[in-house]
Design a protein around this ligand. Structure first.
Ligand code: UDX
Length: 439
């Protein structure tokens, strides 16, 4: 099948290469010429395990290319919209200008019978509005909403082997045709027995925001428990293990620490609240405001904890920050709790050095006020405290004995509850973590 993918950022680039891998003829279209040039040269414009290999194999098959010219999408019969929906500046709502521009540009190349498939995360109601625009301009063209659930660090796996396929279909005779077309696109995934949820636009749109809201709530729930653990001397990690054994609760997404960041969870819960307000249903989501507040409080608490271990003052103290990315196996620093805390520490007078295995270039560009080091050892040289802010395997596996020789004071702040506490304490370190009592 001939497919176009409009928007070749993180989602679109992975989707385009994955669709080619599934055997389709794919053109990825993006307005950014340097991005399409890199992709055509098999260079990933972002860090994502397994993506560059997938890209190289898809390009070598001759079934994938990238272009800046929307006219190259003319031959395609299915057109995926994979552009971003960032938070509007100074508001909670999502900025839909890129989605609208993508659909607008597709109108020039659509033929009757073509299917436009939205994958971007959008406020509920968007698909119905866009469907009217599509069928109004090109009678016989259809629109479906097919949210993605990929996680950074697992994007290739999540795209080729998703947990479920969700199709939001038009409320018309086109529904069967659109469904059959999507089944053909995902034939290999459908054949693998992947569960399918076939529904209307609004439900499909809400599945994505509801899923992300649930995940954010789960993280903030355990971080709220961490606050209580700090007040009572209880241990949040053991608490999470114990409640997680109940398979109605489950242990996943119960890791207390610096909380959630990134390009999805924070902006998605805010956009969801904004949309609920527009729909007159804001009361239903007021709890998400608290989810957001709990999350942001963890960052402030970490700075307090750093001050506490540094004998009550951060002024002139050297603090090594291990991790800049919002999560491991990613170079994404959007709304990164790690950089937020690093900047707060610096504002309070600490001499901060940040390191990260993948996100240093992005950090240098967007946070030039911070100092960077290439290795944890360099970052921690003569440090008064070390903060592990992103749980990269490299940092989990640091040898506390050898690492102890680099620093001035053996004080470690485990911002992600990721270290082997016993090993660090045995090596003579003062260990502190959110939601766990001091040793
Ligand atoms: C998320 C959703 O998981 C994914 O399904 C959706 O498509 C996009 O948004 P992602 O942003 O890649 O994916 O990251 P995720 O793995 O969900 O982590 C989000 C944040 O929560 C990270 O900052 C992570 O460190 C934090 N987190 C996660 C915790 O603090 N504790 C946990 O237990 C889990």
């Amino acid at each position: 099948m001939r497919i176009s993918v409009v928007g070749c950022g993180y989602l679109g680039a992975v989707h385009a290469a994955s669709m080619a891998e599934l055997g389709h003829e794919v053109v990825g279209v993006d307005v950014d010429r340097s991005r399409t040039a890199a992709l055509n040269a098999a260079r990933a414009p972002f860090f994502e395990p397994g993506f560059e290999e997938l890209l190289a194999s898809a390009l070598a098959s001759g079934r994938l290319r990238f272009s800046t010219d929307i006219a190259d999408a003319r031959d395609a019969v299915v057109h995926f919209v994979c552009v971003g929906t960032p938070q509007k500046r100074g508001e909670y709502a999502a900025d839909l200008r890129y989605v609208e521009a993508a659909v607008e540009s597709l109108l020039e190349v659509l033929d009757p019978g073509d299917l436009v498939v939205g994958k971007s995360t959008v406020p509920v109601g968007t698909a119905a509005r866009l469907a009217d625009i599509v069928s109004g301009k090109v009678p016989g063209a259809m629109l479906a909403w097919n949210p993605e659930f990929l996680r950074e660090g697992f994007a290739v796996q999540d795209t080729l082997h998703p947990d479920r396929l969700v199709y939001g279909l038009p409320n018309s005779a086109d529904a069967d045709t659109a469904r059959a077309r999507l089944d053909e696109v995902y034939a290999a995934i459908v054949a693998a027995g992947t569960p399918q949820v076939v529904t209307d636009y609004a439900t499909a749109e809400m599945v994505k925001t509801a899923a992300n809201s649930f995940l954010a709530t789960k993280i903030s729930f355990i971080n709220a428990m961490a606050e209580l653990c700090e007040a009572t001397g209880a241990d949040v990690k053991l608490l999470a293990d114990a409640i997680g054994y109940d398979d109605r609760i489950g242990r996943k997404f119960l890791n207390a620490g610096l909380g959630f960041g990134g390009g999805c969870l924070p902006k998605d819960i805010r956009a969801f609240m904004a949309r609920a307000g527009e729909l007159g249903a804001d009361q239903a989501l007021t709890f998400l405001r608290e989810v957001d507040n709990i999350n942001m409080r963890r960052r402030i608490r970490m700075v307090e904890l750093a001050r506490e271990v540094c004998d009550g003052s951060l002024l002139g103290k050297r603090v090594a920050v291990l991790g800049a990315a919002f999560k491991p196996d990613s170079d994404d620093i959007r709304d990164s709790p790690a950089l937020n805390v690093a900047a707060q520490l610096q504002l309070q007078g600490a001499v901060v050095r940040v390191t990260d295995p993948a996100a240093i270039d992005n950090s240098r560009r967007l946070w030039p006020q911070l100092d960077y080091a290439d290795t944890p050892e360099e970052a921690a040289e003569r440090a008064d405290a070390v903060l592990v802010s992103t749980e990269w395997t490299q940092y989990r596996e640091l040898d506390p004995v050898a690492f102890g020789r680099v620093v001035k004071q053996k004080r470690v702040l485990d911002g992600r509850n990721a270290l082997d506490r016993d090993a660090w304490e045995t090596a003579g370190w003062t260990y502190r973590a959110l939601g766990r009592r001091a040793g």
